[in-house]
Design a protein around this ligand. Structure first.
Ligand code: ADP
Ligand code: ADP
Ligand code: ZN
Length: 223
């Protein structure tokens, strides 16, 4: 495979591991497409669609939405042509063994392969602070943190100059605990699922945002 060939990846890690932050960077550096089921579900909730109505209360409580809902969303999204040029980043999907099996079938049927499953290893004790300090630009969606990644100028988005920011309804301590349980019980087993196929690449998610990016870029360079 040549250096410039598109590669498709999964980012796995608990809430707050830095999946969205790294995906945002890969979109810029490698022209990849970020497929975040969390973002797609939040858009569905905001639009009041039938999927949003099904998912909203579960998300707010920190529980997973049913597999068939997210698998359906990803199935449709993978049919769009934009994923071909730079490859895709699955961010927050799959999160259960059922979703991973469904993804295998979808990728098989579409003739698409996975190159890396990046396991973002983090210290669980650090996650509550990461999550409760998280906010994003209301206009362009760029992600920030009160302490670890503030805007360069207070109150103004670095990327688009926007002045409205938002915090997620589920970024509170109570919902975070439920989300961490869901991660340990339902998502962590996927690491073995993909390790059996030699796809898992561990990355130290406790390093700085720049260092994590460098580690991930090195995986792409290795092919
Ligand atoms: P985080 O970035 O903190 O890991 P996400 O934005 O990925 O959180 O997900 C937020 C919420 O959306 C989850 O707690 C869950 O309710 C729902 N969700 C997102 N992706 C999935 C998925 N693949 N399966 C089931 N529920 C999901
Ligand atoms: P996830 O998508 O895995 O839930 P995010 O990428 O949204 O996680 O990161 C959670 C919060 O932690 C964000 O506010 C982000 O700015 C911050 N963050 C991300 N990576 C790091 C890092 N390596 N060190 C410190 N803070 C980080
Ligand atoms: Zn912005």
């Amino acid at each position: 495979m040549s250096d410039a060939a598109a590669q498709n990846i999964i980012l796995i890690g608990p809430p707050g591991a830095g999946k969205g932050t790294q995906a945002e960077r890969l979109v810029k550096s490698r022209n990849m497409v970020q497929l975040s089921t969390g973002d797609m579900l939040r858009a569905a909730v905001a639009s009041g669609s039938p999927i949003g109505k099904k998912a909203g209360a579960l998300m707010e409580a920190g529980e997973l939405v049913p597999d068939e809902v997210v698998v359906g969303i990803i199935d449709e999204r993978l049919d769009q042509d934009d994923i071909k040029a730079g490859g895709f980043i699955l961010d927050g999907f799959p999160r259960t063994t059922g979703q991973a099996e469904a993804l295998d079938q979808l990728l098989d049927a579409k003739g698409v392969s996975l190159d890396h499953v990046i396991n973002m290893e983090v210290d669980i004790a650090a996650l509550v602070e990461r999550i409760t300090g998280r906010f994003a630009c209301g206009d362009c969606g760029a992600g920030y943190h009160d302490t670890f990644k503030p805007t360069k100028t207070a109150g103004i988005c670095d990327e688009c100059g926007g002045k409205e920011f938002k915090r997620r309804a589920d970024d509170n301590e109570e919902a975070v605990k439920t989300r961490l349980d869901a991660f340990h019980n339902q998502t962590a087993p996927l690491i073995n699922y993909y390790a059996d196929r030699g796809l898992v690449r561990p990355v130290d998610g406790m390093a700085s945002i720049d260092e994590v990016s460098q580690a991930i870029e090195a995986l792409f360079a290795a092919g």
